[in-house]
Structures are given as C-alpha cells and as structure tokens.
Design a protein around this ligand. Structure first.
Ligand SMILES: [Zn+2]
Ligand SMILES: [Zn+2]
Length: 457
C-alpha cells in the first residue's frame, strides 16, 4: 500500500469521529423509510462528501488493472472494517463483500461497485493524476481509472459510512459488493461479476433479494440521474472468423482460394444481418468488424484471413439470433467460393444485456423522482456493456447513470469514459451516494410495509 493511503485512512477515521455528533443531533427516524430517514441520509451525504472525494482521489492515483486490484482490495477492507462491517475478501481474486445487519428485520439489499482501471495513460493534469505503469498483454502501459470506477468505490464507501451511522434504524441488511475486473480479464483468466456469481456472492448468507448499481458518465451533466426500465446497456460478444483459403501466387488466383476477397464479402454480408435480417422495430443491434488481418506481401494470396469484431444487442433473443446469423452468413459466403471458416463467438468476452427489472424499476421510480428531482431523466439504452448484467440474471436489479460533466462544459473538456482525457466533476458524486442510500432504505422500508420481501412477483 502506498504511504499516502494511511493519510486517507486517517482522514476517514477523522470523518467517523466527526460523524458521530452530527448523527446524534438528528432526531431518531420513526418509522423507517419516513421523511426523517430520508432527511438523515441527505444530511449524512453532505457530511461524507469530502471523504468520498478524498477516497476517490486516492484510488484515482493508485489504479490497478483487472484481476490485479490487490492494493485496492486492501484499502477497501481496511476502510470497511473500520466502519464495523463484516468483511470478506479474495472473492473472484480481489473482490470484497461487506455486510451490515441493520437493527430492524428486513430484506437483504446488495449494492455493487466495480474496482478496476484501464490500460490508458492519463492526460488530464490533476494533482492526483495517475502516473502508474503496468504490463498489459505483454506491453508496458499507463494505467488510469478512465472509466470512473474510482468514483464508484468512493461513492460506495460513502454509502457504507452512512449506513454505519444509521445501523440501528436500518430495516434490513446491506451487502456491499466490490467487484474486480469489470473491464474484462487478462487472457485465459476468469473474473468479474460472472466469477463472483459462480463463487456464490448472491446465494451465500445473507442472500440479497435485489441489487442496485450505477455508473458515472460524462455523457450526462452533473445533477442528472438517468434511468430506464428494461435494457439500459447492450450485450457484448466478441467474435472471430478465420477464413481458410488456399495460398497461391497473386498473379494466378485461379490456382488457389483467395481468403481476402472472401473475408471482404463476409464483412459486407455481416452488415446485412443488421439491415436485412433483424426486426429493428423491436430493438437495434450492432455488428462491427474492428480488425481485418491477412497476408504478408503484395503478390501472395495467403492461406487465411482473420476478422475480429463485436456484436451488440438489447434483447437476449436477438442476441442469440445474431450469433446464429453470424455463423450461418460467414459459413455460407465462404462455402460459395470453396473456402471454410472457423467462427468463434464470445470466448474472449460475453456480457449479457444489462436489464433493469421493470417491476423493480417501477417500484423504485418514486425514490428516483424524489432523489433526482429536476435532474431525473429517462435515457435511451446505450450500446456499451456491463457485467452487472450477470448479477441481474440471478436477482432483479436496477442500474442507473449519474452525470459527472460540469453543466455547460463540452465533452471535449470532459471526455467520454475510456479516454485518456476522461475527467469527473466530483460535485456529481453526492447524488450517486444519495441515490444508492435512498434506493436501499426505500426498498427495505417498502418490504417492511408490505410491498413484499421478494415482493416483485
Ligand atoms: Zn469501462
Ligand atoms: Zn465502467
């Protein structure tokens, strides 16, 4: 752990001391879920805000790549233990699960933050800019929290602190899930949400009923809270098509089978899946070939050509149809010219659709309205992807977006996620804290009031 982390830990401890008297000044909230409890959350969100930002900055300066979040894990464990949580670490390599049992009976609610950074060299000039370097895919790379997962961890630690203060009034149990490797694992490794689910994070005691998560995006302005029932992120499946032809002299193509021309036909053929084969009134799909690799010199027709791409869908049935269509289109175009293909789909990454349970979304909409106010908006789905979807395949989940672009600022200044110029307007993080904390207590209170524990039937 970097020495500076101790400073932040001390700062957090100081906040803890500071919090106690503040919390004590607030009248006891009766019944739970009442306006009093909401007011206390808002008040505590103000108090923890500096700590959220400080923790986020520390993590920003110390980013780690997917499945390598070792120091991040230690940092989280230390903070969560200090707040009185039951903490388990080493889940799905470096994942951390922290549980707080409230003073009143009620359902178990899971909240999730991702943990990993990206192989991106930071170009933003900040006092806490990352200068970390590491190795990715055999190459020396800069490492940066260019997707804002540092902010997510800071936010969830802030929420953890609020619940530690409200423990006695909490009508249920919170299970905080800090998840490694959202951005994908190094080659040949398992990880991320899929592995956490396999390791039983949603089935082990205490077993959560629902899960909430969010992402900070510079697509939205600070103060904006964007939601959508149903698909909010797409599925993402990588694919590879290897065309097997027959090598020959470039001057006499009739003596061989040219895989480059066939692969070019396949590129065009794949586009007709989107334009001619999918029911686009249902949902859009995207087929992108991002890599075309073949040949060594001008006058040799090679044996093989390789295409690599990504498939995006917003509906699991259409996703499966895409897989079948890619396989059939590539196989038959190749066969028309006497070539064969090997088609691989999803062996490098295969994320399901991030699907907000419509009943859960409807149930939590009053909370989103109250917390988001004028900043609440219903968003169109985004064609990016998230492995939060693996949690949602097991239990109902709701996932929202939080704006972190200064109002009026351009996306040149606040570049999109994954850019080396990605920047977070930290004043937007308090809304993220309030959103997660309020969703949790309102779900719990609703269950206590008879909306039904497991009441999503
Ligand atoms: Zn990302
Ligand atoms: Zn992300």
């Amino acid at each position: 752990m970097h020495p500076q982390s101790w400073k932040i830990s001390l700062l957090s401890a100081a906040c803890g001391v500071l919090l106690a008297p503040v919390a004590a000044q607030v009248p006891a909230a009766e019944p739970p879920g009442s306006a009093d409890l909401h007011a206390r959350i808002d008040q505590l969100a103000d108090v923890v805000e500096p700590e959220v930002i400080a923790n986020r900055r520390y993590l920003h300066q110390h980013p780690e790549l997917s499945n390598r979040e070792f120091e991040t894990e230690k940092f989280l464990v230390k903070q969560l233990k200090a707040l009185g949580y039951e903490v388990q670490s080493g889940i799905a390599h470096t994942g951390v699960v922290a549980v707080l049992r409230g003073g009143k009976p009620g359902p178990v609610v899971a909240l999730r933050s991702d943990m990993d950074a990206l192989p991106v060299a930071e170009e933003v000039d900040l006092p806490f800019k990352s200068t970390v370097r590491s190795t990715y895919d055999g190459k020396d790379v800069g490492v940066m929290h260019a997707c804002g997962h540092d902010a997510h961890m800071g936010v969830l630690l802030g929420v953890a602190h609020i619940f530690a203060q409200l423990k006695d009034q909490l009508p249920g149990t919170v299970k905080l899930i800090f998840q490694p490797a959202e951005e994908g694992t190094p080659k040949g490794e398992q990880g991320g949400a899929e592995l956490m689910v396999k390791e039983g994070v949603l089935t082990a005691d205490p077993k959560p009923e629902v899960i909430f998560g969010l992402h900070v995006l510079t697509k939205f302005e600070t103060g904006q809270l964007a939601y959508r029932a149903g698909a909010i992120w797409a599925s993402a499946d990588d694919f590879t098509v290897v065309v097997h032809g027959k090598q020959t002299h470039g001057a006499m193509p009739w003596n061989g089978i040219d895989p480059i021309v066939i692969a070019a036909q396949i590129v065009m053929g794949l586009q007709t899946i989107t334009s001619r084969q999918m029911d686009l009134t249902k949902a859009p799909v995207v087929v992108t070939v991002g890599k075309f690799d073949a040949g060594v010199r001008n006058n040799i027709i090679p044996d093989t050509a390789t295409l690599k791409g990504t498939l995006r869908a917003l509906d699991e049935t259409m996703r499966q149809q895409l897989h079948d269509d890619v396989q059939r289109t590539a196989t038959n175009i190749a066969a028309a010219s006497g070539a064969t293909v090997d088609v691989d789909i999803g062996s490098e990454s295969a994320y399901p659709v991030t699907y907000n349970d419509p009943k859960l979304t409807a149930r939590m909409l009053p909370t989103l309205k109250r917390v988001g106010g004028d900043g609440l908006l219903e968003t169109a789905p985004l064609m990016g992807a998230e492995d939060f979807s693996f949690f949602q395949q097991k239990i109902p989940g709701l996932y929202v977006f939080i704006g972190v672009r200064k109002p009026g600022a351009s996306q040149d200044e606040y570049a999109p996620n994954h850019s080396p110029r990605f920047k977070v307007d930290e004043t937007g993080l308090k809304l993220a804290v309030r959103t997660l904390a309020n969703l949790t207590v309102d779900y719990m209170s609703g269950a206590a009031a008879g909306a039904g524990a497991g009441g999503l039937q």
